[in-house]
Design a protein around this ligand. Structure first.
Ligand code: AMP
Length: 221
């Protein structure tokens, strides 16, 4: 099964994409997570993308597309994948279609997580990420068991630099301008479903699984 999550920054794509990947044995591919990992490890790529991300701009398409191509071709992706944060513009979507066609594949479903804009800005204020392993939290919606500490590795929870309100607004503007046109792109194949992204994590997950079942995808590998 090959799925794509679309939705504005802060809609909960990462949380839901990980849950879906786990349930169906798929690989979760999120360029934002990959880039943050590179920044934490202070690699050459990390140094290139750090400033771009802090300003809420997009990393160049060729860098991002190459990373995605490698993951999709990896043995871990044999059962399929959940893309989260890629493609983010029409050029990336075109590159994805091409690289899937070359493998005789295509996307099965595009899941649009819908959340009102003011809620997104509010959520970003309470969003944290583990400085050790990168696990995301929301101290209001999904708090860790021990305040300020990651449940998995015990690392300190920190706010993402790109979660400052001005950067969030910039990322939302970019989303409307360059990512939203993807709905028209994928609507041509009638593979977009919209899911209400408000409510608690389990409830949203249920809505997603239900819509996969309705499309006859839940048993599909
Ligand atoms: P995210 O975790 O998906 O919100 O992504 C965080 C940041 O990583 C974005 O604001 C961009 O700077 C960068 N990024 C993530 N995905 C992409 C992409 N598909 N194309 C370019 N830059 C990306």
């Amino acid at each position: 099964m090959r799925l794509l999550f679309l939705g504005p920054p802060g809609a909960g794509k990462g949380t839901q994409a990980k849950l879906v990947a786990e349930k169906f044995g798929l690989i979760h591919i999120a360029p934002g997570d990959i880039f943050r990992q590179e920044v934490r490890a202070d690699t050459d790529l990390g140094r290139v993308v750090e400033g771009i991300m802090a300003e809420g701009r997009l990393v160049p398409d060729d860098i991002t597309t190459q990373i995605i191509e490698k993951r999709i071709a990896s043995p871990e992706a044999a059962n399929g994948f959940v893309l989260d944060g890629f493609p983010r513009n029409i050029a990336q979507a075109g590159a994805l279609t091409k690289l899937l066609e070359a493998r005789n594949d295509r996307l099965n479903l595009v899941i649009n997580l819908e959340v009102p804009e003011e809620e997104l800005v509010g959520r970003s204020r309470t969003r944290r990420v583990c400085s050790g392993c990168g696990k995301p939290y929301n101290i209001k919606l999904e708090p860790p068991r021990i305040e300020g500490k990651c449940d998995v590795c015990g690392g300190a929870l920190i706010a993402r630099e790109d979660d400052q309100e001005s950067t969030v607004r910039q990322r939302l503007k970019l989303y409307h301008e360059v990512t939203e046109p993807l709905f028209e792109y994928y609507n041509r194949d009638e593979i977009v479903v919209s899911i209400n992204g408000c409510g608690d994590v389990d409830l949203i997950f249920e809505r997603i699984v239900e819509s996969l079942e309705k499309k006859g995808l839940s048993g599909k590998r």
